[in-house]
Ligand binder design. Sequence first.
Ligand code: PGA
Length: 239
Amino acid sequence: MIVHVFGDASQVAKAAASILSAQILRKPDSVLGLATGATPVATYERLVKLHKKGILDFSGVTTFNLDEYVGLPSDHQESYISFMKRHLFDQVNLKASYLPDGNAKDLAAECQRYEELITSTGGIDLQLLGIGSNGHIGFNEPGDNFVFGTNLTDLTQSTIEANKRFFDSADQVPRQAISMGIGTILSAQEILLLAMGKNKAEAVLGMVRGDITPKNPSSILKGHPRVTVLLDEDAASLL
Ligand code: PGA
């Protein structure tokens, strides 16, 4: 795991956009794993700018998002499909972009379909991740076990609390999501994790310095050979 600490969040976004751009320039038919939440927004903004300037062509690129809420209409502005359209999909020329369908009738079958779809493209070249203040990656929440494949998961109270800022109240945050599993994430050739803010410092400490434990799901990334972590000073403050 390579860890870089930057002075502020905008430098993290610049560095992240550089790595993602280099990936696309090096391999124009890249398969990217993408994340939602506040963390990657500035990175997506930079990628969109590079595309609009004619520097970055996404026409060969396929994307798979980490997760999607269950039961939130896809046109709800906080669904992850809406988020991705707003911040990236509608502004660049992607070849294809996929998220799990959180409104599928058979959610277990949808998890399996999504996992197989990722495998059928040849797998993810570069997976972008944020981290929850509880150490979650995707919606792989702290627990007693690591869950391997794409799965239907219950959000923990701490995640509901963290995500209520995007909704009118905590009651409106969906209680379940479909998420790539830990094995799905670890199958990526390369992983890029971003974290900004003091509220991430403890989870980052566990990820970088702690034992591998499902109590902090991000800690498993130490077992992957190609992980780059980009932090601002606040997120790195306990290291
Ligand atoms: P955030 O969420 O980017 O909104 O902080 C990250 C996460 O929960 O993985």
